[in-house]
Design a protein around this ligand. Structure first.
Ligand code: TYM
Length: 342
């Protein structure tokens, strides 16, 4: 079976972008692939964060995965920091990562610009190397993510090829290893719709956890009233009817796409249904679709959170399984890079 890995940071609340860009797609993939889904807590400390909140946010995120339909009889769910190989491999990989590759990462440039130089941690720069280690440790074939992770995936692929070239093949064999490739080169899986969910208050910027206004996003755990209120106040335009793919109408395109994915209808069905609709009528339709889709997730979330022993067990089992796979890769890397083994 081909393998898939992916993860979400336990920062702020999980929103519709995280769901439509990533988590929702994991659910259908877990039936046909070997899947591992982690909560990337080590990535969550790369910007200033609240240590009092981290472990709670990590559990919440795990519960959301399960509530969204991740099935632990098929997928392994675990916390990144519980599998030590992630950090260890990161160090090894960082010795093969040219600093120029990291300097040109868009997310690094954006986030460091916002924080100001003196507040930028080294970890924000090396963040993509940790992400590469998350993926390469498991010899993953595919990585389902939203569009904003594409560049990080590209770096992961280049790094895998570089390490394979520097240390793999015959060189590795001479060191007593099995030779050949050290890492599988993974491919991103970016969904045709939902890969870039935009803000409710500005159709040209991405929906994000870090945007100051909560009005700009729908969180998976928002109550009915909050959802209704956010949609009521979201940005629209003065055109009549709604349409996809008109560059002058980013809000129309974004909200139609959200409606399409929430209702499970096809793009053509939605385009037809809404082409002559006024914004008022559409907002009611969208609000209902959001509530219908999110409510069952919220009910399951509450159930899961009420049984903390269950969640602990899931995370412990997930970490054990993951560590077995990860350690095997890590051992190969140490060997291929010429380390003295115990
Ligand atoms: P994070 O936590 O920022 O986001 C988690 C997932 O949600 C997707 N996403 C979006 N998709 C569509 N529209 C949006 N507005 C939107 N916002 C976020 C992201 O693309 C991502 O798939 N570095 C990663 C986490 C990570 C990871 C990994 C992912 C660490 N290691 C290994 C895959 C494999 C991140 O910060 O995602």
């Amino acid at each position: 079976k081909k393998r898939i890995v992916s993860g979400v940071q336990p920062t702020g609340s999980i929103h519709l972008g995280n769901y439509l860009g990533a988590i929702k797609n994991w659910i259908s993939l877990q039936n046909s692939y070997d899947t591992l889904f982690f909560i990337v807590d080590l990535h969550a400390i790369t910007l200033p964060y609240d240590a009092q909140q981290l472990s709670k946010a990590t559990r919440d995120t795990a519960a959301i995965y399960l509530a969204c339909g991740v099935d632990t009889s098929k997928a392994s769910v675990f916390v990144q920091s519980h599998v030590r190989a992630h950090v260890e491999l990161m160090w090894l990989l960082s010795s093969a990562t040219p600093i120029g590759w990291l300097n040109k990462m868009i997310q690094f440039k954006e986030k460091s610009r916002k924080a100001g130089d003196e507040n930028v941690a080294v970890a924000l720069l090396t963040y993509p190397v940790l992400m590469a280690s998350d993926i390469l440790l498991y010899q993953s074939d595919f990585v389902p993510v939203g569009e904003d992770q594409k560049q990080h995936l590209e770096l992961t692929r280049e790094l895998a090829e570089r390490v394979n070239f520097l240390y793999g093949g015959r060189k590795w064999k001479k060191l007593g290893g099995r030779g050949g490739t050290i890492f599988k080169v993974p491919e991103p899986l970016i969904p045709p719709a939902g890969a870039r969910v935009m803000s409710l208050t500005d159709g040209l910027s991405k929906m994000s956890k870090s945007a100051p206004s909560d009005q700009s996003r729908i969180n998976l755990l928002d109550s009915k009233d909050v959802i209704a209120n956010k949609i009521k106040r979201c940005k629209t335009d003065s055109f009549i009817g709604l349409e996809f793919d008109n560059p002058e109408r980013p809000e129309s395109n974004n909200l139609l796409s959200i409606y399409q994915l929430m209702s499970g209808k096809t793009k053509e069905e939605v385009a037809q249904e809404c082409e002559n609709m006024n914004w008022g009528t559409f907002k009611i339709l969208l609000t209902d679709a959001l509530i219908d889709h999110l409510q069952p997730i919220q009910v399951r979330y509450e159930e899961i959170m009420s049984d903390s022993a269950y969640l602990d067990r899931v995370l412990a089992e997930g970490a054990t399984k993951a560590a077995d796979i990860a350690d095997a890769t890590l051992n190969n890397v140490y060997q291929a890079m010429g380390f003295l083994r115990r």
